[in-house]
Design a protein around this ligand. Structure first.
Ligand code: F0G
Length: 511
């Protein structure tokens, strides 16, 4: 693998670059988002390279320590494509637990239910990311981010989560021996997922606040308190997104490397759509595809920040341009960048004004699809970039549409959790609008497993309100030999830091 990887600020007016092994949350100069970027010269991956990695027999001993073997990397649906995310100079140090062996399934029954007419030649595919080891697409990103964490020697990792991120973080942490902290909002986590975080031994802090509040806290600690030594695992971490690019490679693989007309994905923190845009821009620049699919990002009515910013306010990404346009600050001359330039600009003031309005109105995210119940999407600028590159659209669907389409996925396929239902509801909406045409090939990404939110599913099928009232999860004293109860903590920096130190001290005593 190449060691010509670096981190680069996507803000064209800053264009700062940093070494690959520096731990950063955002650009220290302008606070813009960072990309993992590569000098691709001399790297010419081809689809045949990946097809040649189909033989996966042999030891796979990376999970839980040891060095990863070529068989373990080829078994992984992320690292099978390692030439397209070549940031780790030593392949044997790559972390994998066998993630990304997910399926692109043609959904003929569902397609006709939604109104795709088969004689027009259109196809609907479902990309089941719930088949990952922890039950969601997050494992793709965790494999990459834990690899980076190992490269920089991180000992403590953390995330804010409504469920899936915490489960993924906890299983990678348990298997690699890294201490994990999960921040969950009070009453704001899917119990199926909480059970995983507890079982895998992560320290779970139940913070009196919502997801946005939890993320703000842990981000502050990771970014501004180096003495706490916390490595952040939310999708603002650009290494996460490198792993999530591979979801698109697997869709292409399932289509014989043909580009679909549409990729449809739910949008919460907007990490996936950002990763997908980067994946396709790179593939085009490498000459591996000749066109990009269109992108549809689907949000829930109760948390539609991107929809407002993109459709109501008309905010758009403008890529760094040379010759007549405004080039990136890194270009020595006002010509287009000789490298694949992923930098650009957008109307930051318009977005900030919208955030100020939301604050003044005390608007909080609210949807049955807890995975996308997010008001301050950290990857907004990268999502705008992806929408630009992929001629994208953004739509909002109601909670009722989400649960109906989730149920249809279950009736006609393997099932999914609520946010994934938004993908399919969005496909139906765009088909009705005539934006998607019935001869087109559409790939809907189902981001999580049907078992994530069983209360929503049972509620739908029985008409009962199964949602457990917000309970204090640390109110009782468990007696199991390895019980791992959550710790309840105020939304207060000092209290959170004290709880983290307490957990680390207890862990040291146990070991
Ligand atoms: N779908 C599922 C199943 C998710 O768990 C998430 C995020 C998303 C979609 C949103 O994806 O950020 O890439 O737009 N879940 C986070 C969590 C919030 O904590 O597990 P995005």
């Amino acid at each position: 693998m190449s060691n010509r990887a670096f981190q680069s600020c996507i803000n064209a007016d800053c264009a700062a670059e940093f070494p690959i092994d520096r731990v950063l949350v955002a650009c220290p100069n302008c606070h813009g988002l960072l990309d993992v970027d590569y000098d691709w010269s001399g790297i010419r991956p081809s689809w045949e390279t990946f097809e040649g990695r189909a033989v996966t027999k042999g030891q796979r001993n990376a999970a839980g320590g040891g060095r990863s073997t070529p068989a373990s990397l080829d078994f992984s649906g992320v690292w099978r494509f390692r030439d397209l995310l070549p940031f780790c100079p030593d392949e044997s140090r790559i972390v994998t637990i066998g993630e990304g062996r997910t399926n692109l399934q043609r959904a003929t029954g569902l397609a006709s239910k939604l109104g795709f007419t088969s004689d027009a030649g259109g196809e609907l595919y479902l990309q089941y990311e719930g088949f990952n080891p922890s039950g969601s697409f997050k494992d793709n990103g965790m494999a990459a981010a834990f690899t980076h964490a190992a490269m920089v020697g991180a000992k403590r990792v953390a995330c804010a989560s409504t469920g899936n991120t915490s489960a993924a973080l906890a299983v990678y942490g348990a298997l690699t021996g890294v201490e994990c902290f999960v921040f969950i909002g009070e009453g704001k986590i899917a119990y199926g997922k909480l059970s995983q975080a507890l079982e895998y031994g992560a320290t779970t802090l139940q913070v009196a606040g919502d997801f946005d509040a939890c993320l703000a806290r842990i981000r502050h600690i990771a970014e501004h308190m180096p003495e706490a030594g916390v490595y952040l695992m939310n999708s603002v971490n650009p290494f996460r997104l490198e792993g999530q690019k591979t979801i698109m490679y697997r869709i292409l693989e399932g289509l014989d490397w043909k580009v679909p007309d549409w990729v449809i994905v739910p949008g919460g923190n907007l990490g996936n759509c950002s990763a997908f845009g980067k994946a396709f821009m790179e593939l085009k620049a490498l000459g591996m595809i000749d066109r990009l699919p269109r992108l549809a990002v689907i949000q829930a009515e109760g948390s539609r920040t991107l929809d407002r910013v993109y459709n109501d306010l008309g905010v758009r990404w403008s890529p760094a341009l040379g010759a007549g346009g405004r080039a990136c600050a890194a270009c020595p001359k006002p010509i287009a960048c000789p490298r694949l330039c992923l930098r650009g600009r957008f109307d930051v003031a318009a977005v900030e004004a919208e955030y100020a309005r939301m604050d003044a109105a005390n608007e909080r995210a609210h949807t049955v699809a807890t995975a996308i119940e997010i008001n301050r999407p950290v990857n907004l600028s990268k999502a705008l970039r992806a929408l630009h590159a992929m001629n994208g659209v953004v739509r909002t669907v109601s909670d009722a549409e989400i649960v109906e389409h989730k149920a249809l996925v279950g009736r006609y396929g393997f099932g999914c959790e609520p946010a994934s239902g938004a993908s399919v509801a969005g496909a139906a909406m765009l088909l009705k609008e005539g934006v998607i045409r019935s001869h087109e090939t559409v790939a809907c990404v189902l981001t999580g497993h049907v078992l994530k939110d069983p209360d929503v599913t049972v509620g739908y099928h029985t008409g009962l309100n199964m949602k457990a009232a917000a309970v204090d999860l640390s109110a009782s004293r468990p007696t199991g030999r390895v019980s791992n109860p959550p710790v309840r903590v105020a939304d207060d920096l000092e209290a959170i830091l004290a709880a983290m130190e307490g957990a680390t001290a207890q862990r040291a005593l146990r070991e």
